[in-house]
Ligand binder design. Structure first.
Ligand code: C2O
Length: 348
């Protein structure tokens, strides 16, 4: 059976959690059912290392407005990151806490994070009155050794590392003081390694990262379930198996940013860079479908397609969305700016 849309009132403190994870805004209006918004312009998510100052200013402004909303508002940054926490570590449940819902380490991982970003982006867009606003993606799979290094923490999230020293701004709404000081450009995440602060041989790291990208996304992930993660149906307990790119590179990139917030499930979405990290994961999911091989398609199991998930929409209302609705990026009116995907040709 598919999971029905969870009710945020059924939330139980779990291991390593804080009360905040279950302190989600009350539902003021009836639960909406999601429908596509075909009138929206196509939003092209830019590579974060390529955005200009006008884009950065706009995104900062939107995040300031989001951070200024009270935590009782589903559109607030507090509520946004708590929502991720609630969906982690078995907080949300159905009849009893013994029947929790988990969106990591199973086939809900990719669609849940896609929808989470969809609404996060729509809320930011509405706050600044710009329907074309699109989140940036952190192009860490790109091993280009030329500045601005796509693999390094993008300037948009930390102007202190800006190429122009005038732009230093620790008060930026996109800055997070908890980030690891080891993660400054040109340093980059190493996908085979879960620790950040060792001396880095950049040439070797780039070579190994490219190899790992190819292994995880091309040579290993040849079927929908290997790519997406193990089946997870109503009544199952916990993640049943991790998908092709969820373990690596997804996990090490989280930990590399830091081991405090980005590195732990409950707090990871409290750093805005979370969304750029996941935008890249989402982009890689799309790219994976374009690789040769007749099984590089989405899962078609009805328990997957009919699982429903609850989010806060751009009006602050709770909305239920099915996994089937998450699968078509065109219908969601989202695209990714194209950049070279050099690792995909390894071994060709
Ligand atoms: Cu919900 Cu990158 O994790």
């Amino acid at each position: 059976k598919p999971f029905p849309a969870p009710d945020f009132k059924l939330c139980n403190l779990a291991f390593g959690s804080t009360e905040a994870c279950c302190t989600l805004p009350e539902r003021l209006n009836p639960l909406k059912e999601f429908d596509f918004q075909p009138h929206l312009p196509m939003r092209v998510r830019p590579a974060a290392h390529l955005v200009d100052d006008a884009y950065i200013a706009k995104y900062q402004r939107a995040m300031e407005l989001m951070r200024a909303l009270p935590e009782t508002d589903g559109r607030s940054f507090q509520a946004q990151y708590r929502l991720h926490c609630a969906y982690c570590n078995n907080h949300l449940y159905y009849e009893s806490p013994e029947q929790p819902l988990e969106i990591h380490q199973n086939w809900l991982f990719l669609p849940w994070h896609r929808l989470y970003m969809y609404f996060h982006e729509r809320i930011l867009a509405k706050l600044i009155g710009d329907d074309e606003f699109a989140l940036p993606y952190w192009n860490w799979d790109n091993q280009s050794p030329v500045a601005p290094y796509p693999g390094a923490v993008p300037r948009v999230y930390d102007l202190e590392w800006s190429l122009s020293p005038d732009a230093i701004n620790k008060t930026s709404s996109l800055y997070d003081a908890d980030r690891n000081n080891c993660s400054k450009p040109p340093r980059l995440p190493e996908f085979h390694n879960f620790t950040a602060c060792e001396p880095q041989n950049l040439t070797l790291a780039r070579e190994q990262n490219a190899q790992l990208m190819w292994t995880q996304a091309v040579s290993v992930s040849v079927t929908p379930l290997i790519m997406s993660g193990a089946p997870y149906r109503f009544g199952d307990y916990g993640g049943m198996g991790i998908g092709g790119i969820e373990g690596r590179p997804h996990g090490p990139v989280h930990l590399w940013v830091n081991e405090k917030d980005m590195g732990v499930f409950k707090d990871s979405a409290s750093d805005p860079i979370f969304f750029a990290h996941h935008a890249n994961m989402d982009r890689l999911w799309e790219i994976w479908k374009t690789f040769p091989g007749k099984y590089r398609k989405d899962v078609t199991d009805p328990d997957y397609l009919n699982t429903a998930l609850t989010f806060f929409d751009e009006d602050g209302d709770q909305v239920s969305v099915t996994v089937a609705q998450a699968l078509n990026l065109d219908l969601l009116r989202v695209k990714y700016q194209e950049v070279p995907v050099a690792w995909a040709n390894k071994g060709a």
